[in-house]
Structure formats: structure tokens, C-alpha cells
Design a protein around this ligand. Structure first.
Ligand code: NCD
Length: 320
């Protein structure tokens, strides 16, 4: 059999735990660089011509959904996009997730499925029955492994390094999935990385995660900004995840917590000149618009990384 150095070929990408070496990350970054050039130069790059990608979302999304659709189409693939799985698929009639995945395999003859679903194990369960690779576009409160790669790619674009980074992650570290995946990547890429988690105790990061991270890097937990911002290379803000409070009938608690941390122009002014401010978005008040003009604000540019990284991931799981 022909040998391939593509570590993603014909595999599911459902958890950040599947990234076990920096070389896997570099593989995707290199391909993302190539596609970035194509996109910026309006070059046609039809690496996936003749292939089909099904993009199925059971949860709201702006960035992840549109960037995956754009990524598939820009590579010349046929993209089947269903944003309203919760409302319009046979999930409504009680069909199991696994039967839905089996069905999509058959009805579309797709070569990859990208999915987002409120259940933590959704992508894993889908991968057990799917005849083509599953890419996890967000699973419950647990994982967002494509976001982690695009976040890291954004950090690498600015700092040109993956080690020696002082990263502050702030907001909803309990329900938010992006920080969990990104933190694990940072623990892998550099033993001199440091993460400071800032959250109220009701929203603190899972103990298991902290324990795991501490095996590789320095981790600090605190409830206030204190002097963390002045030392940060990266400030990663997140929103308090209203939907989970709603589901648990605790909206009052959400209201009390939602604006616990707000990045103002004044607070940003205490940060290093070389720092970067990130956010997976959507923001709902935790970064004031007055911060947008700050050259250190990367949260809009960060989204574009998603297009390049997702092009690279689609190509890698489908083609050797
Ligand atoms: C995030 C998500 O869905 O987890 N959004 C995204 O994909 N950029 C963050 C969030 O919803 O807060």
C-alpha cells in the first residue's frame, strides 16, 4: 500500500486528545498556509473536486458552520449543509443520532461529515457507525477540536512560536468547550506555556482538566483579573453559556454571572504592547466594542483562521 505522511487521512477528528504530537499540528498549519495563499490570491484550488461533505448542525452556529461550508466549496467539494437538524431532521421524530448518521452516509454518499451537537459524546457515537470520517464541529460542553486548531494557528501567526506563552483564559470555563480543547493543545506544544484560568467558582474549569494540564505545564486558577492581564501574551475571553443555564432552569444565576468579567479599553491598556486579545465569539458583552480598534484585538481575524484550518482538515481526512 502507498505510504502517506498524512496523520489525519481517513480518520475521524472528534477529540483534541487525538493530537499527540506537534508534527500533527504543523502538518495542518502547513496546509492551512497553502490554502490561505490560494484564498488571498483568489486562486482556484479544487483538491476536493468530486468529493462530498455533509455539514450537519444540531446547535446554533455562525462561524463554524459558514467556514466549513466555505472551506468545502472553496476546495471544489459538493457541500450538503443542514443547519436545522434539531428542527427539521428525523431527530424530531425520535430517530437516534446513529441512525441519522447511517442515513446521511447512504443518502448523500458523503466522504466526510462535519457535525455539531449538544451531547458531549455525539461525535464519538457518530464515529462508531459512520462509513466516512466524522469531524467534530463542537460537542456539548466537552470539545471543540477544530476551534482549538484555529485558535492555535492564530496564536502562531502572531508569535511564531508555540511555547513560552503566558495565556489567560477568562469567563465560563465550566460550560465553554473551546477553552478545554485549546488548553490541552497548549499543554502539548510547550512545557514553558502557562495558563491562568479566571472564573467565578461556579464556572471554574473541570478538576480533571486542571489535574491533567498540571502534569505538563504551569496552571493557576483565580477569580479576579488581579495582575494576570499585565503579564499575558494572550487573553482569551469567553461568554457565559446561557443555553446551559436555561436548560437547567438557572437563568437567574446566569444573569448574576454573565458580566462578571468585561474587558474595557482601560483594562486592555494595562496589557503588554505585544499581547493579543482573542475570543471564539459570539461575544455578548464581555468585550466592549471600544476594544475593537485596539491593534491587539484579534477576535475578528481569528475567525478567518477557521476557514484555512477547516480547508486543511477537510482535505486531510479525505485525501491521502
Ligand atoms: C463557540 C462554541 O460554539 O463553542 N463558538 C464558536 O464555535 N466560535 C463559543 C461559544 O459559543 O461561546
Amino acid at each position: 500500500m502507498e505510504k502517506s505522511n498524512n496523520p489525519f487521512y481517513n480518520k475521524h477528528y472528534i477529540s483534541i486528545d487525538q493530537i499527540t504530537s506537534v508534527s500533527q499540528i504543523k502538518y495542518i498549519f502547513k496546509l492551512a498556509d497553502k490554502y490561505k495563499k490560494c484564498v488571498l490570491n483568489h486562486k482556484v484550488c479544487e483538491d476536493l473536486k468530486g468529493y462530498t461533505v455533509a455539514i450537519l448542525f444540531w446547535q446554533p452556529s455562525t462561524r463554524t458552520f459558514t467556514s466549513f461550508v466555505a472551506a468545502a466549496k472553496r476546495l471544489g467539494a459538493y457541500a450538503i449543509n443542514v443547519h436545522g437538524m434539531t428542527a427539521y431532521s428525523s431527530s424530531v421524530k425520535g430517530e437516534s443520532l446513529q441512525d441519522t448518521i447511517r442515513s446521511i452516509n447512504q443518502t448523500t454518499a458523503c466522504d466526510a461529515i462535519v457535525m455539531r451537537h449538544p451531547d458531549n459524546f455525539s461525535s464519538l457515537n457518530a464515529s462508531k457507525v459512520s462509513s466516512c470520517p466524522i469531524i467534530n464541529g463542537g460537542s456539548g460542553k466537552a470539545e471543540h477540536p477544530t476551534q482549538a486548531l484555529l485558535d492555535l494557528y492564530t496564536i502562531y501567526t502572531k508569535f511564531k512560536r508555540l511555547d513560552n506563552l503566558n495565556v489567560v483564559m477568562c469567563g465560563d470555563l465550566k460550560y465553554g468547550r473551546t477553552i478545554k480543547s485549546l488548553a490541552k493543545l497548549l499543554a502539548l506544544t510547550g512545557k514553558n506555556n502557562k495558563i491562568t484560568f479566571i472564573a467565578p467558582k461556579e464556572l471554574s474549569a473541570p478538576t480533571e482538566l486542571i489535574k491533567d494540564l498540571k502534569k505538563s505545564i504551569k496552571v493557576v486558577e483565580q477569580q479576579d483579573f488581579d495582575n494576570a492581564l499585565t503579564k499575558a501574551d494572550v487573553l482569551y475571553m469567553t461568554r457565559v453559556q446561557k443555553e446551559w443555564f436555561e436548560a437547567e432552569g438557572r437563568l437567574e444565576q446566569y444573569e448574576a454571572l454573565k458580566h462578571r468579567y468585561v474587558l474595557t479599553r482601560y483594562l486592555a491598556s494595562t496589557m503588554k504592547k505585544s499581547a493579543m486579545i482573542m475570543h471564539p465569539l459570539p461575544r455578548v458583552g464581555e468585550i466592549m466594542e471600544e476594544v475593537d480598534e485596539d491593534k491587539r484585538s484579534w477576535y475578528f481575524k481569528q475567525m478567518r483562521s477557521g476557514l484555512y484550518i477547516r480547508m486543511a482538515l477537510l482535505k486531510s481526512v479525505i485525501i491521502k
